[in-house]
Design a protein around this ligand. Sequence first.
Ligand code: FAD
Ligand code: DLZ
Length: 509
Amino acid sequence: MPALRLVLGDQLSASISSLADYTDGDLILMAEVAEEASYVPHHAKKIAFIFSAMRHFASSLEGGGKAVRYVRLDDADNTGALKSEVKRALETKAFDKIVLTAPGEYRLKTDMERWSDTFDLPVQIRRDDRFICSLDRFDAWADGRKRLTMEYFYREMRRETGILMEGDKPTGDQWNYDQDNRKSLPADLTPPDRAWVEPDAMTRQVIDLVAEQFPDQFGDLEPFGYAVTAEDADAQLDWFLHNGLPNFGDYQDAMKLEHAFLFHSVIALYLNIGLLDPLKVCRKAEAVYESGDAPLNAVEGFIRQILGWREYVRGIYWRFMPDYLERNALEAKRPLPDFYWTADTDMACVRDVVTTTRKHAYAHHIQRLMVTGNFALLAGIDPKAVNDWYLAVYADAYEWVEAPNTHGMALYADGGLMATKPYAASGSYINKMSDSCKSCSYAVTKKNGPKACPFNYLYWNFLIENRERLKGNHRLSMIYKTLDRMTDEKTDAIAADSQRFFKRIGIAE
Ligand code: FAD
Ligand code: DLZ
């Protein structure tokens, strides 16, 4: 008897495990459903990207002779949820099993684990083997360790894959070139113009659908230039390897107003839905180093993000869920300010990151971590609200990768499971790494008063509010010594400025 094979919107790889043993008579189900499109208010461009990539993938499967039941969002009978679409598909003929690849989010996995009872059929939930490190391998690495330090995990991945290795030694005799990768952008260095993809008729149809069905959604639907097929995603990667990668390392942390992409790859959205394969991406980058077209600090830095960070955060997510997202180590509870949606703020750096997020469903890592993330950390915003925002607004956002980065790295809500100290920074970090302070209505050099950069007093206010929770962290001992030397008058001014600011942006307790 045939199998019903469900392929989710982020499982668009020809090699996906749920399709491995497809045989004639089987049916592949793909469904655009309101439930997935609205469990957080996804960016309009993200919805269009996923739907268009799903349609292109379905059409390539059909082109290869496979039977696909593709349910469009506006199909009259669409029931709006994955489970009810499986039910409808099961009613079309007799199936002896349901086959799927494990989803990337805990909420769906727990639901799918009950489907066998619901449908009274065997349900095979297969491993998602599109990652370099299996979850078992991650757990074997993590078991018994006191600290799960990404760097040591990364070194094991380097050894196991042989990427950037000469025998048992790292290429260049150094594992990590991070200290070379923190330069600000020289004023005379212009980032390359991106080679975007022109939407085809199928993408245009999806854009019209999203415009009609999600009229009030956050984010600009157009212009739309993202790739929606594996071939075009590969071409985007190749463009980056030759035009961005040589400078990726040096300017990885740099920020420039109205230039979110800089020398970044903009491939996370393709990796995360399966249009690109992480190991192949790393090998291609390694080849660019070997041919002498990009320096080692750039190539190692880029590979570390994929072979290291991306695999590591996935391992953390599945090892610690569902408790992970229940943690709120700093007991942060202020609401998310409206300007995360409107960009209506006087802080030029935040305004720029939210604006680029709205336009492109993209911001680069340091913008996410050190501007919007840092602000949410310093202002004590409720982690649930911050997680929901990050999950909604980025085209590459799925909980397995979004949550550890937001909850753990940006907000320290996991109490230091991932980061050894909170990534808290005052305005001077933003000033060093960007050009935004030059045109800001606040003065980054001022520490207090109405003209002072809010990041400056919020930084100290954060340390004051969290003194009991953080004073035992030895990496913060120097900072707390500096705080202890401040006069009462100074700490009172910090608290008063912070409270005034919270009130003004509508988040005072
Ligand atoms: P590049 O800077 O060119 O990096 C190359 C690749 O490395 C990325 O495409 C990505 O696949 C991988 N990578 C880099 N950093 C990380 C990281 N910390 N964790 C996992 N993979 C990484 N990444 C997501 O893919 N989805 C998310 O929802 C997401 N949410 C984030 C939320 C916060 C608060 C922070 C601080 C980071 C988040 N990241 C997320 C990680 C990172 O910011 C993005 O992967 C990156 O900005 C995507 O842009 P890019 O493709 O140009 O990456
Ligand atoms: C993100 C998303 C959206 C917006 N829509 C769909 C959809 O209509 N159908 C679908 O199968 N998948 C969609 N996705 C991706 C899923 O949310 C994703 O598979 C889960 O979050 C697990 O990672």
